[in-house]
Design a protein around this ligand. Sequence first.
Ligand code: NAD
Length: 362
Amino acid sequence: MSAEYKIGVIRGDGIGPEIVEQALKVLDAAAKKRGFFLSYTDIDMGGCSIDKYGVPLTDEAVDAAKASDAVLMGSIGGDAATSPWYQLEPSKRPEAGLLRIRKELGLFANLRPSVLYEELKDACPLAQATADKGFDLIIVRELTGGLYFGERYTKNYHGLETAVDTLSYDEAEIRRAAFKAFDIALKRRCHVTLVDKANVLDSSRLWRKVTTLVAEGYPDVKFDTMLVDNAAMQLVKDPAQFDVILTENMFGDILSDEAAMITGSIGMLPSASLNDSRFGLYEPSGGSAPDIAGQNIANPIAAILSASMMLRYSLDQDEAADDIDRAVKKVLEDGYRTNDIYSKGCKKVKTDKMGDEIAKRL
Ligand code: NAD
């Protein structure tokens, strides 16, 4: 019997609906080719939910997401300077919906791939020889612990205003993130690098201890460690040395933006947030781009590659994911470009045409 999967679809705001439409088109073509079925349930979140229901995420929307095998999302939010959504108190704004859904679904691991495509390497800001080598890495960032979730306060000590933020991890939080990283490495080039600051921080020393133990259960995966200051340098010097980078929340926040920037084309990058089971929320790394919304000129590739990640990491349909990744590479080789990645001599296409061309190549 063919497999059938229930996908929650958050089209969201701005360019969200336009790029999700292309991702669904490509998903349908991939499912047809590989003989499985996808059913879609629309879920409102963000500004569109505020307009309909007065809140960025309803309980019904959370239930619909929980009833899905995975959720594919466009993006949410609007222009903070002009949109009425940002006149509301922070807990009612579009982004509050995203924070709540991450919490409700227990999404503790954030995956951010960073890939330099041969055809787009002129946009890479790194040295020519480094760009020529290319790179394809993924950062697995712990998303729900560490400094951003620790106790924090500002107090007056001995007449001086003093601010305190605390960074704490327990071994269970580290272990589950480490398992994710090693499982992902098995689907890639079998190499995990733990990035930490173990020469200074107790929390980093615990990360090393726990991750080293997890690594023992994965004899086929090469495991090494690197201090975060060195990792920041190595990402610009020789990103090709990395396959899977595993790191805690704040280091991951910073390094994943650095890793995105060195590709030179952030509109191409997908992301995923995963929980303890195979469930995940998949979305482009970029935002809702209100400046170009509704014009059919947004780049749908980040959304399409998010769909590919969903097939790989939540649905175990690796062959269909490979098909999509190959189709994206082929469409770039064939010279198709949306406005944001256009260069002279290429064929400039609209959002829907880019989706058509990728679907055609499956
Ligand atoms: P943004 O990523 O939306 O836009 C930054 C620039 O990149 C803009 O010039 C935009 O046109 C361009 N861009 C982004 N995606 C593109 C694409 N697919 N194709 C072509 N060009 C693209 O960032 P911003 O302007 O800082 O944020 C806009 C809104 O998005 C805000 O409300 C912000 O809160 C929200 N946001 C949402 C998410 C999310 O849904 N997870 C993430 C980041 C930002």
